[in-house]
Design a protein around this ligand. Structure first.
Ligand code: TRP
Length: 464
């Protein structure tokens, strides 16, 4: 087999995988799902999903990758009947869709970084004219895809790992400084209270499926990104501790993002928190106003740091999304990495054009589809998110669990995890992963997948 490259150390892998996990989902999505979903009550549901459902799936994905040292399509083919490669293809499809819209939002983040540097705080009020400016956003999205492709073209240790080792510590430094700063603002405490006071009456079924979709998306699970990263992991690495550290980092940063964000909103609204439940768009509409009120010098510094943070977080995630189809083309079609990278990147950019047009630039893409029983139309980018994040990722998690437990077989999974973790076999954790992968994950993920699809696209709610 050709030399595929690999991570240079366990830490390098953890950084890269945590970099994949920590992204717009943490900074853009999580805080507002919490705000809208009952504060701490949502956090409890979310944590249960992360550690009971997602962690076993994450361990399984990494184990499948490390065992086969292949991309998802090749990996399912190698360990099971060749029909299982369909799950790999589904993951590939899902990853391509996610990257196609994610890159557009990353382009917004990067564009805002530039605008903040230039002191253009009015951009917050002009968000919709910004997103419908195809030339501008298209340009920023091009720069973003180009940077992503550049990193991936440098390979695993020289590209992905190296970028993560620079970007992740910087990101943590920026987010901690901004959080510390946010705490010094007036009304900070009201913001934190809004964020964290539990309200269990808000836990309805949509909140539960949002929590599940959010958990899968935030941890980069369900489409084989971690199968791919796992394929570059050394046999002596401990998969269980790595996965636990990746999950803790991801959850930790999402949590801190809320501690940073809500004091900002509280400051702007004088503690009334009006509009704070309005959704993830807040980052792009409200925050520039906050930065403006800090005065021109401080505003430029804090504002540009914030959007730089967002761009860095997005970059280590787009890198992991691009690596999946690239690994597929390299392994299965024997194409040189550098060539595969540029081919795939250009293709995904083109697939992203409808998303680029779906936030005001084109009426067709901006009101693309009306679900059964829905009152208003959904734009293409949101539609893609509903299909990929909320439906295909949990479905992927369901199929990956079934595959590992019943096609590849549990004892092989346990065997692989035991490599680099001698005391694993026979331990309590092994028992838990066994039960989770063969019963808990398939049952819950399968049920939630069906309920989510019925409720999201057909307006049929069986529960809640
Ligand atoms: N986890 C990233 C975020 O929170 C996004 C992401 C990167 C992703 N790779 C993925 C999501 C693979 C699903 C699957 O922003």
């Amino acid at each position: 087999m050709a030399n595929r490259g690999g991570f240079s150390s366990k830490l390098g892998f953890i950084m890269a995988a945590a970099g994949s996990a920590v992204g717009l989902g943490n900074l853009w999505g999580f805080p507002f799902e919490v705000g809208a979903g009952g504060g701490a009550a949502f956090v409890v549901v979310y944590l249960i999903f992360c550690f009971i459902l997602c962690l076993p799936v994450m361990i399984t994905e990494i184990a499948i990758g490390r065992k086969t040292q292949l991309n998802p399509v090749g990996a399912f083919k190698a360990l099971g009947h060749k029909n299982w490669s369909i799950v790999g293809y589904m993951g590939l499809f899902c990853g391509v869709i996610i990257l196609s819209f994610y890159n557009v939002v990353a382009g917004w983040a990067f564009g805002y970084f530039i605008e903040m540097l230039l002191g253009n705080f009015e951009i917050g009020q002009n968000f919709s004219s910004f997103t419908s400016n195809v030339i501008k956003v298209g340009g920023y999205a091009t720069i973003f895809m180009f940077s992503t492709a550049f990193i991936v073209s440098k390979g695993i240790s020289g590209g992905i790992e190296k970028a993560a080792k620079i970007l992740m510590p910087t990101l943590i430094l920026i987010i901690l400084s901004l959080t510390a700063y946010a705490f010094t603002l007036d009304h900070a405490f009201e913001g934190v209270k809004f964020y964290l006071v539990p309200d269990f009456s808000k836990i309805t079924f949509p909140v539960i499926y949002n929590a599940l979709g959010q958990a899968f998306f935030s941890l980069s699970l369900g489409m084989g990104a971690l199968i791919t990263y796992g394929s570059y992991v050394g046999k002596n690495d401990n998969i269980v501790t790595s996965a636990a550290l990746i999950t803790l980092t991801d959850v930790g940063i999402a949590f801190i993002a809320g501690l940073m964000m809500f004091p900002f909103v509280a400051y702007l609204t004088n503690g009334t928190m009006e509009g704070a439940g309005q959704g993830a768009g807040l980052i792009f509409t409200v925050l520039p106003g906050v930065f403006q009120s800090l005065g021109s010098t401080l505003g430029v510094i804090i504002g540009s740091l914030f959007f730089l943070l967002l761009s860095f977080a997005a970059l280590t995630s787009t890198v992991s999304l691009l690596e999946v189809p690239v690994a597929y083309v390299v392994d299965e079609h024997k194409v040189r990495r550098s060539k595969a990278v540029w081919m795939v990147a250009i293709l995904i950019f083109i697939i992203g054009v409808p998303s680029l047009l779906s936030n005001g630039a084109s009426d067709f893409w901006s009101s693309f589809i009306t679900y059964f029983g829905a009152e208003s139309a959904t734009d293409f980018m949101s539609f893609a998110q509903h299909v990929a994040n909320d439906s295909l990722l949990p479905l992927g998690g369901f199929l990956i669990s079934i595959f590992a437990a019943y096609a590849w077989k549990k004892h092989n999974l346990i065997e692989e995890i035991t490599q680099g973790n001698d005391s694993f076999k026979g331990s309590v954790i092994a028992k838990f992963i066994d039960i989770a992968i063969s019963f808990i994950c398939p049952a819950i993920l399968g049920t939630l997948f069906v309920l989510t699809v019925l409720s999201r696209f057909f307006g049929i709610t069986l529960i809640g």
